[in-house]
Design a protein around this ligand. Structure first.
Ligand SMILES: Cc1ncc(COP(=O)(O)O)c(C=O)c1O
Length: 389
């Protein structure tokens, strides 16, 4: 396996900053907001109640019930408690889901560009990674692309919408078609919904948890509190899947992390029980991300050689810099390196996501940082009339 390239880029930026460089770090997708106060208070309350011991590997019943009722309240989904398991973040949810059903020799379908961890999961499980290129469809996966990629060895498809790194959102109707195509051929679908609530209107949050029980048999939802509630360091997420798949995941987790921290499970369960407060907290962050998005994308499109489509979700601008590649720069990695050394701006090279020629800018940072970054980029590359995205 390879070290996470997004974390590596962030570490390089941090090292330069420690040496005194005035670095603007737009690498890591980590909310710059603090965890909402009411969630912190619930964690303190959990500690005061003495919730400092082991829980069941699937998480506490309170946590499982809170997730199930939240999905009912917010999406009208009918989920049984035994279909929910707590995990240490979205990453562990994804690993549990994939590793509990994949065998060496199976084929794993991964739309490209992909989030850096997906191919590594395949490497770890000894599966054959089969990439589905989405550059012909504006980075939006569709059911016929999936259908064309399925063979009798295909076991699992991983989807991620809203998407990291592209910011694209797969329309709900297409998502359902994708699951139908997979279910017909006995292929499972792992849906990484870690940016579920960060969809900018008119795009809307859509979870595959709402499917009929027949279709949902083939689906595992990987959810996370990290981005949704600005809780990256708390390490908590969950899966929603059929009872059989859930049992396999819990068995696997019982030999690794065992379960996420007991009082963190309590805090998250209490937060979800106060569904309206939680939704309001998320919407406040969404509004701020939207404000930044509305500033950043047109501004990036004024930088010579940059071209960026409007993200519909998540908090990344995925910038096409192929126009700059030629005499001066050999690759998008060279562009990123020059930006770091000359303009002190750290971004992630698209090659990390299987998309050479692109750079990913995270706008989970202050408006001030974004404005300064744009000024420095203008000085470095020059500006032109805003191009339409
Ligand atoms: C697409 C995607 N999935 C999952 C995760 C994992 O989040 P966590 O493990 O912090 O819940 C991330 C984090 O960057 C992500 O971008």
């Amino acid at each position: 396996m390879h070290a996470s390239s997004t974390l590596k880029a962030a570490q390089t930026a941090a090292a330069l900053r420690d040496q005194g460089s005035d670095i603007i770090d737009l690498t890591v997708g980590e909310p710059d907001f603090d965890t909402p106060a009411f969630i912190k208070e619930f964690a303190v309350e959990g500690l005061a109640k003495g919730l400092t011991k082991y829980t069941a590997s699937a998480g506490t019943r309170q946590f499982q019930e809170a997730v199930a009722s939240f999905y009912k309240h917010r999406f009208g989904a009918a989920i049984e408690t035994g279909q929910v398991a707590a995990s240490c973040g979205g990453k562990q949810a994804l690993f549990n889901a994939a590793c509990s059903i994949l065998n060496p020799g199976d084929e794993l379908l991964i739309p490209r560009p992909y989030w850096v961890t997906f191919p590594e999961i395949g490497e770890f499980c000894g599966t054959r990674n089969v990439f589905i290129d989405t550059n012909q469809t504006d980075f939006v996966l569709n059911a016929s692309q999936v259908s064309d990629s399925i063979t009798d060895k295909t076991k699992l498809l991983i989807v991620n919408s809203p998407n990291n790194p592209t910011g694209r959102v797969i329309p709900a109707a297409e998502m359902i078609k994708i699951v139908e195509v997979c279910a017909e051929r006995g292929v499972y679908v792992l849906t990484d919904e870690c940016y579920l609530f960060f969809a900018y209107p008119p795009a809307e949050p859509f979870s595959l948890a709402v499917l009929s029980p027949e279709l949902r048999q083939y689906v595992c939802v990987a959810g996370s509190f990290s981005k949704t509630y600005a809780m990256t360091g708390w390490r908590i997420g969950y899966t929603i899947a059929n009872e059989e798949w859930t049992k396999l995941m819990v068995r696997l987790q019982s030999h690794s992390a065992t379960h996420p921290t007991s009082f963190v499970q309590y805090a998250c369960a209490r937060a979800l029980e106060d569904a309206d407060d939680s939704i309001a907290a998320v919407n406040e962050m969404l509004e701020e991300y939207d404000r930044r998005r509305k500033y950043l994308i047109p501004a990036l499109n004024t930088i010579s050689g940059f071209h960026c489509a409007e993200p519909e979700g998540a908090f990344y601008a995925f910038v096409d810099v192929k126009g700059l590649i030629g005499e001066k720069f050999g690759s998008s990695a060279d562009v990123a390196e020059a930006m770091l050394n000359k303009a002190f701006i750290a971004v992630t090279d698209g090659a990390a996501f299987g998309a050479e020629g692109f750079l990913r800018f995270s706008y989970a940072t202050s408006m001030q940082n974004l404005r300064t970054a744009i000024e420095r980029l203008g000085e470095m590359f020059g500006t032109s009339e805003a191009q339409t995205a």
